[in-house]
Design a binder for this molecule. Structure first.
Ligand code: RIB
Length: 312
């Protein structure tokens, strides 16, 4: 399936988006409130969803109509089967999904009545996605207009991904969960996509108090562009070659579960940038995708089609 804005036959890329990242089984429990240290609370029945920031992005883009591939590692187990099935159902090319080495990654997720979540990830097989795996997949990397990566895989694997881009490919990085980033990775980002928490982590003491100040601080670290997600407020975009940062508002929706909404936003943004949208234009589409994603439960299960985004 292809979006109406898919590139014509002149595009040299087989995939509009390649996601390099994690695949987790999400073990989700609803709670009235999260337990404090040493405390036990009762929650809802357990639900198991396919998740992981990488796998989520790939499904989100494919559901919008993007020609998408995933480069990831899962275990040779039931969770790995669940994850591969969800990718294939969405139409993602899974030829880059490696199997074995450790159990599939797991995310333990609690969701409170406001839709906010807390997540602990056991990386499992994600931690075994190595720089060698990336080098072996260079033809896949060269096949993609945009390569999108996050930080639930080893830092050396992220760096190797940034080094292995094909000619004309663009790197999108969401540093989640936040961790130190080498200068060469920061310099390759176009854009670096962060939320407030990630912006403050990267900038430390010098962060300042407004999204505009975070954008200026992050741009000074070397990325070609920066996008800051602001939850219900939308996003702020900043291109190092253009003027001041620009705010992109989000439609108002009733949030049920925010899990994976950032992944859907980043996937939509990355895809549309690869189709040739300007940064603010791609972000205006992506905030609608993120808004639609918070109105339903789960991560991948909540991601909208292009028609659902248009109807929002
Ligand atoms: O961004 C949401 C994702 O974070 C979840 O699906 C979970 O697997 C964790 O990776």
């Amino acid at each position: 399936m292809h979006g109406t804005d898919a590139p014509g036959p002149a595009s040299p890329f087989r995939h509009e988006l390649l996601v390099v990242g994690s695949a987790n089984a999400d073990l989700v429990v609803g709670v009235d409130r999260r337990p404090g240290p040493g405390e036990t609370v009762l929650g809802s029945d357990l639900v198991v969803h396919p998740g992981g920031k990488g796998a989520n992005q790939a499904v989100a883009a494919a559901r919008l109509g993007a020609r998408t591939a995933l480069l990831a590692r899962v275990g040779d187990d039931a969770h790995g089967l669940l994850l591969r099935a969800s990718q294939q159902e969405a139409g993602v090319d899974t030829s880059g999904v490696l199997v074995g080495g450790a159990p599939t990654g797991v995310a333990l997720i609690t969701v409170d009545p406001s839709g906010d979540n807390s997540i602990v990830v056991s990386p499992g097989a994600n931690a075994r996605l190595t720089p060698e795996d990336i080098r072996a997949a260079r033809p896949l990397l060269a096949s993609a207009a945009v390569v999108s990566v996050q930080l639930e895989i080893p830092p050396a694997t992220v760096t190797e991904t940034a080094r292995s881009l094909g000619p004309g490919s663009r790197l999108v990085l969401n540093p989640s969960p936040p961790a130190p980033l080498p200068d060469e990775v920061l310099a390759a980002c176009d854009p670096l996509v962060v939320n407030e928490h990630e912006a403050r982590y990267i900038l430390g003491e010098s962060a300042g108090s407004t999204p505009e100040s975070w954008a200026r601080g992050l741009t000074a670290l070397g990325p070609r562009s920066v996008v800051i997600t602001l939850g219900a407020e939308g996003a702020l975009v900043s291109d190092s070659h253009e003027g001041d940062p620009v705010r992109v508002p989000s439609p108002r929706v009733d949030a049920v579960d925010t899990t994976g909404a950032g992944d859907a936003f980043t996937a939509a943004l990355a895809w549309r940038l690869g189709l040739g949208d300007a940064l603010a234009e791609a972000a205006a589409f992506a905030v609608r995708v993120g808004a639609a994603a918070v109105t339903r439960e789960g991560a991948q299960a909540s991601f909208p089609t292009a028609e659902e985004v248009a109807a929002l």
